[in-house]
Ligand binder design. Sequence first.
Ligand code: SF4
Ligand code: SF4
Length: 274
Amino acid sequence: MLAMSSKEINVKILEKKDNFLKLIISGISPAIANAIRRTIIAEVPTLAIDEVVVLENSSILPDEIIAHRLGLIPLTIDLETYGLVDEDSDIYKKTQIRLTLDVEAKEGPITIYSGDLKSEDPHVVPVYKNIPIIKLEKGQRITLEAYARFGKGKDHAKWQPVSVCAYKYMPIIKIFQEKCTLCGVCVNECPKKVLEIKDNKLVVRNLLECTTCRACEKVCPNDAIRISWDDTTFIFKIESIGSLPPEVIFCKAIDILIKKAEKFKEEIKKISEG
Ligand code: SF4
Ligand code: SF4
């Protein structure tokens, strides 16, 4: 069912760091929550190395393996330009950034890192400079040109903007105080330490940590605790690979979903008008 819940949609940020965002979205259906997750993973464009021309490689690694490793290095994106990127734009289709690597191990064995790549565009560089690419023995050399292009996670995982995008239902914990003997078994059984006995009462200390595993429910001898969840409220965790801030990824995914829904509506209208 793609139907939206009748509740008002609300988004609340719980935690925000450079590459991490935790938020609660309420008033949506499980199908919409999953559509957001899938759009973030598969539809939000990023830049990744897509073509490598190896001019010299006297290392022990074949060209293909080096190219594969280069493709997986996260690249920064110019946010001003990124605002204009969508699937049909020239920026998406035509952008091509050249990065080069030319290193020789003259004195002894060396490790080549992502930071050794030289980019023609200062806005498009490896997010992390310390990703090892290859080791060279004395006298070995690698010279190559790599071309970064826009793409989407649905075409190849190297274009995924996130390492994690997951959600869970908002848990609901109901305690029947009249049945509870304060034996503490559920408190010890809970893997997330969600429950505690305080002032002679079993209470929930951190609801959002609850995984709805129901271990507490199973061990309670008096049927005094019930676990369920709200299937219109979701706790999302989004971890960016560093190319884009997680809030930009989230907003872009919502834009893409809205555009898809509008296109769908237009198509339906065309059909109904004959
Ligand atoms: S296991 Fe049951 S009776 Fe014991 S503290 Fe938990 S809810 Fe109360
Ligand atoms: S459902 Fe699992 S995580 Fe939640 S309170 Fe019970 S034991 Fe803890």
